[in-house]
Design a protein around this ligand. Sequence first.
Ligand code: SAM
Ligand code: SF4
Ligand code: FES
Length: 330
Amino acid sequence: MFTRQEIINILNNESENERIFSLADKIRRENVGDAVHLRGLIEFSNICKSNCKYCGLRNQNTNIDRYRILKDEILDYAKHAVDMGYKTLVLQSGEDSYYSTDRMVEIIKEIKKLDVALTLSIGERSFEDYRAFKTAGVDRYLIRIETTDRELYKKLHPNMDYDNRLRCLKDLKTLGYEVGTGCLVGLPDQTMESLADDILFFKEINADMVGIGPFIPHPDTPLKDAQTGSFTLALKVMALTRILLPDINIPATTAMETLNPNGRILALQSGANVVMPNVTTTEYRSKYEIYPNKICINENPDKCHNCISAKINSIGRTIATNYGFSHNKG
Ligand code: SAM
Ligand code: SF4
Ligand code: FES
């Protein structure tokens, strides 16, 4: 639909914003409808062996209270979420090797007994691990490419390898997962050209889900003095993603609402069709501090469910009652 150069021009031109937001809203309505899918998010471990320079969970951050939620407690949250009406659960964590293949498979099998779609977002694993998780019943996997600018990727991810990230995405596709990826917007030294490449990358790999979040500097990371990403630019990258990939699932991200009190609703009106409310209790929320001032850290699962449902209804949208599998026809 748009060429690379057109995408760059749109990103650079603020007078295009409203046109792009309403076009994305129209394309969203025509392709995936008005229903919003709620995915219940369980952030089950903030322990991470990696050191992504932007992330508060990075291994070298010693100013964080680390936790792991074990199987039985994960299941309690999962059951409560299902009782509230969630049809999809998302298990997310740092790169925590405690959750071996066998431990993950046990958790997956128990959760799948609850008759929900299941998404994992636990980072880079081997093909064999991804195969074992799929066989155990996982439906979807989220792993953002973060940026397609290889130089920038290298600077931000010590001891990580861009090609391995790509390998993960390819393995997940091969294994038949619905694959989610995405990027950060507003990273230091990130260019409009590279954001255009990110959007084209989502198209090229035929992503089923794309999550876009503004970069928010965390005080206990090497990027503490960097500038905060722009909410509007993140919204525009998200809207362009909807225009280029009309039938995929796109979340209104928590990071957007962290920068703008109405961020998720604005995102739902600019191309998004998914929200991922937290379904764990207050005790863990503040500890999963990827960036500061995260929303909902003093809330409980029921409060978030009621809050977001009311907001969605207030803009004339409904809550989906199905599993919300991707409409992506490739
Ligand atoms: N460890 C897994 C991974 O990296 O794929 C999953 C958890 S990780 C915390 C989830 C996402 O948080 C990352 O993909 C990254 O885009 C986002 N994130 C981390 N630090 C952030 C920051 N400072 N601002 C905004 N988003 C951030
Ligand atoms: Fe770990 Fe993920 Fe944070 Fe990187 S983004 S430090 S892999 S939790
Ligand atoms: Fe958590 Fe609004 S979604 S309080």
